[in-house]
Design a protein around this ligand. Sequence first.
Ligand code: AMP
Ligand code: ZN
Length: 475
Amino acid sequence: MPDKTTFRLRNTLGGRVEPFQPKSADEVRMYTCGLTVYARGHIGNFRTFVAQDILRRYLGFKGYRVLQAMNFTDVDDKTIRGANEAGKPLRDYTTRYIEEFFDDADALAIERAEHYPRATDPEYVEAMIRLVERLLENGIAYEAGGSIYFRVTDFPGYGQLSGAAASDRLAGARVDSDEYDKEDAQDFVLWKGPRPGEPVWEAPFGPGRPGWHLECSAMGLELLGSGFDLHCGGVDLVFPHHENEIAQSEAATGETFVRHWFHCEHLLVDGRKMSKSLGNQFTVRELLDEGFAPAAIRHLLASVHYRQQLNFTKAGLRQAEVAIGRVDEFLRRSDEAASGTGAAAPAEAAAALVRFEEALDDDLNTSKALAEVFIALKEGNRALHSSGGAAEAAGWAATIRRMNSVFGSFEMSSGRGAAGDAEEPPELVALIRERQEARERRDFARADEIRDGLAARGILLEDSSSGTIWRRRED
Ligand code: AMP
Ligand code: ZN
């Protein structure tokens, strides 16, 4: 069993790479800020989600049990605006994007969290209301113009996470220009008073709806308890979102909110952050529709250290596809060659695994760890091509599979149907073929209609360089 104590991870709080020490010796409680569900998530979002998935899988590799909660932000300015424009009730409107999130997350082989709270679930709204009540009792929250605000100057630790200078905080705080009733520009809203066209919940301190920061504090505390181990998100969440979460949670409980903060750098396109507002986003589905393999997307997102920015290009995706293909091909051929021989991992394979673990122990250095996968591949291929080397090759294959328990990008399409499978219903084959023809004549409306029709029957299609594969939805 790997040594848990050697894992070092950068903590945004304090800014140092330090030993990762959860409260309990064998369990990690982890909260990840999830998608704001007003649009399908883009692969920038999924860069952060894949980084968190690798962190989760590595904690598993180390022998921890992981208890993870990932929320959906289903009430905020953007979701409310979207629902109003679509003329739909808020929950109906956001449900679609939650389902699409699961389709994309499954396609990328992201492990399921234990909890997926939605901010509007009644039990969490109640928890939010209780949190505001405690802050009002403590005198650190105040009412103004029908909304409830947090008085930042009364919380001495404010700025501990972001280290933001007061002037930056003011600039950030002014973004929400309709909060003009607050006492101080840097104060932030906990509960927004009713406004036309917005959903309203009743609360002892007046009707309204929760602010975004409050939502995550309440869901995190409710599901994981005060002082949980890990809180994760993209770097854009450090300030103000996570700074405010710390302030309101610690002011309410009097205890440390979170032990360790993990933040992933951005995915860029042409040097700019991938974001919906810039319109430079790609979704997982769009890339699959173009024929890229899900494994290539995952591999590309995981190949750069999480603290470095990553510039997305399709050329990078094609390279990732080639790399994945080489590994998958080796694993398949070594299985064939070794059937009946068994596996015999040489000492060098054990040494490669040690270096792999050392790389991940050093602040989750995925690029260095991946280099070990490719060293194992090279050695495995050498063994495979030498006479009598089948058992050694199988030993290297086993080493790669152990490494893949963290990366998850190899052999990703195994266990799914490929077009042409013997047990495949003929009607499905015909529909997949018809969709392919529709795409070739650029009739994307028909192609989407076929895909959506199958999805409604629980059959999901994914396009890869080797053709369309299908699988049944697992829920
Ligand atoms: P949002 O839907 O904006 O609440 O974001 C969900 C998650 O995706 C958060 O952890 C964000 O920090 C993260 N995120 C958003 N854009 C990017 C990007 N371009 N690169 C990496 N992570 C991102
Ligand atoms: Zn959050």
